[in-house]
Design a protein around this ligand. Sequence first.
Ligand code: TRP
Length: 329
Amino acid sequence: MDIVLSGIRSTGNLHLGNYYGALQNFIKMQEENKCFFFIADLHSLTTHPDPAMLHENVKNVLVNYLAAGIDPEKSVIYVQSDVPEISELYLYLNMHVYMGELAKTVSFKEKARKQPENVNAGLLTYPTLMAADIMIHNADKVPVGKDQEQHLEMTRRFARRFNNFYNVEYFKEPVAYNFGQELIKIPGLDGSGKMGKSEGNCIYLADSPKEIEKKVKRALTDSGPTEPNSVKPDYIENLFTIMRVVSTDEVIAHYEEKWNACEMRYGDMKKQLATDIIAVTSPIRERIIVLENDTEYLRKVAREGAEQARESASKTIRDVREIMGFKGF
Ligand code: TRP
């Protein structure tokens, strides 16, 4: 059975794009693999988050994941900062990682441009921390988006370098987890290409039916096509794209027909779309509400997750220390 490691940004509530883009695949993934899911709160320190928000965000991510179907009976789910072995491996790896290769990482250059007042060493060594996350369990596979591929490539390089330097075959070279089919991308409601937190165009899994109706109602439309069978502008195509994910074939065909016949009634379409989105999100939302208030349970999940993660992590650290020459007296 493959070891799969998923790192999750600790950015708070999850939206419909996260659900269809990643979560649904994660839920399937845990049936066939030994999965580790962790919330990357150490990585978030690179932007100096407010301490009160830090915990709130970690909690929201944990609650959303559990509510959507990540199962602590099947997978190990933990908070990164609960596993100090990761930070230790990060320190060791950093001794074999070079300034030059870190400085030319795409994500580093981008973030340095975004926060020129705070180009800290943690930002520079972000790829080392990510490599430590993966190597601490000697993972075989890592589900990553396009923006993380370079980091995974660097992880392979660091693993190879460690093995070569110490003349061992200890670390595996992890590969991207392939979900097999095209990833579903949920567009924004504002006509933009992608639903994203920073774009402010999200429907959250935790949104109430009222909020969802309001957001869908506000989505950009126009006065409708005047020529039969015309090409849809992006902001209309986006509504259809979401519909294709959440609605039945009949509903989709019905509105395609209306579009092609220039008989579009956006009010009706939006009402239907909101209803179908709510049907997907409301069972998750109901579980979110229960979990949010069950501190006892969250504590148990986090504690047991950390215990299991540390069992695997401490074995790696023992081996690595031995390989590097820390013998003790
Ligand atoms: N860098 C990843 C992101 O921004 C999150 C992450 C941190 C991660 N450590 C990881 C992902 C390890 C996979 C494996 O999304």
